[in-house]
Design a protein around this ligand. Structure first.
Ligand SMILES: [Zn+2]
Length: 324
């Protein structure tokens, strides 16, 4: 019987990479975890943990700067529904491996100067409530955060790209509790078949990772790092502003995965690194608050209603006076 997940006692800066679970990189990741050798101790083996462009960060929406070039050159996401190969329990998350040789596994545009190929995706989550995301927004956390990891095709492969300043691009997507995510369900349904570290199952169905993106593609971007050892400062982060809904059962499926702890097998959760110092970095936004049509429409409707009601009242008063 696995131990239930309990809140983590270390909340200090530290923890895991995003390409991390790529096999070519995992050899660097021995001996780190989220409990005894948790994020607050990662700097002992990985001094860059205290570097100048570490991730995640808290995104303060008062301080982000709208960048017209991001708006003029939209992020292009081109995924296919036959690029996902398998789901593995890495001992720190689940990981979906992607066959980057297939057409349609790329992103470009936005803050990116070249084409980046998807190599894997995984997530971070908490034990319950709203704790679990790595990035935070105005200090607020979400219950989970998905990371789609891409490598810059100007390099030979992901291994060569992983420690280069422009080597990786990760799309971060917040999960919030709500309706079941039908697109994500085929994957969460597989978790019961990969309960333990190194367990792996082939995906024998078509799955388009684009279904995990929010409908609205507004995002923040900044230069950061892997959020797990070896914490290379090589990631252009693209954090989606809008969260995606998943059900309580789907969050529960994440927590049904198991990992090893000093006290034995336990529920995998709280596998996130807390926000790191911004160190003067600029966070750019692809949007302006005024530009969102769905935010404007309710205001327009309310305004129209107010004018309508006002007109009716005025006419009514005039007529009343005449009758008097
Ligand atoms: Zn990650």
């Amino acid at each position: 019987m696995p131990a239930s997940c309990s809140p983590r006692d270390d909340k200090l800066p530290t923890k895991h990479d995003d390409i991390h679970q790529s096999e070519s990189v995992s050899r660097h990741c021995a001996e780190w975890n989220y409990y005894g050798q948790g994020p607050s101790k990662w700097h002992e083996q990985y001094p860059v943990a205290k570097g100048q462009r570490q991730s995640p960060i808290d995104i303060s929406t008062d301080k982000v700067e709208f960048d017209q070039t991001l708006s003029d050159n939209p992020l292009k996401v081109s995924y296919s529904n036959n690029c996902c190969q398998s789901v593995t329990n890495t001992g720190a998350s689940f990981q979906v491996a992607v066959d980057g040789a297939r057409a349609g596994t790329e992103i470009s545009g936005g803050p990116l100067d070249s084409t980046y190929k998807l190599v894997q995706f995984h997530a971070h989550w908490g034990h319950g409530g709203n704790e679990g995301s790595e990035h935070t927004v105005n200090g607020v956390t979400y219950p989970a955060e998905l990371h789609l990891v891409h490598w810059n095709t100007k390099y030979k492969d992901v291994t060569e790209a992983v420690d280069k300043p422009d080597g990786l691009a990760v799309i971060g997507i917040f999960f919030t509790m709500g309706e079941e995510h039908a697109g994500f369900k085929p994957i969460t349904d597989l978790f019961s078949t990969v309960p333990r570290k190194t367990d792996k199952v082939d995906m024998k169905f078509k799955f388009d990772p684009a279904c995990l993106l929010p409908a609205e593609r507004d995002y923040w971007t900044y230069l950061g790092s892997l959020t797990t050892p070896p914490l290379h400062e090589s990631v252009t982060w693209i954090v989606m502003k809008d969260p995606v809904e998943v059900s309580a059962e789907q969050l529960g499926a994440l927590r049904s995965l198991l990992w090893e702890t000093p006290s034995g097998e336990g529920q995998m959760c709280n596998n996130y690194r807390p926000p790191q110092p911004l160190q003067g970095r600029l966070v750019r936004a692809s949007y302006t608050e005024e530009a969102r049509i769905e935010d404007i429409i309710p205001a327009v409707i309310l305004g129209a209603l107010a004018i309508g009601v006002g007109t009716i009242l005025t006419v009514s008063m005039i007529r009343t006076k005449r009758w008097l």
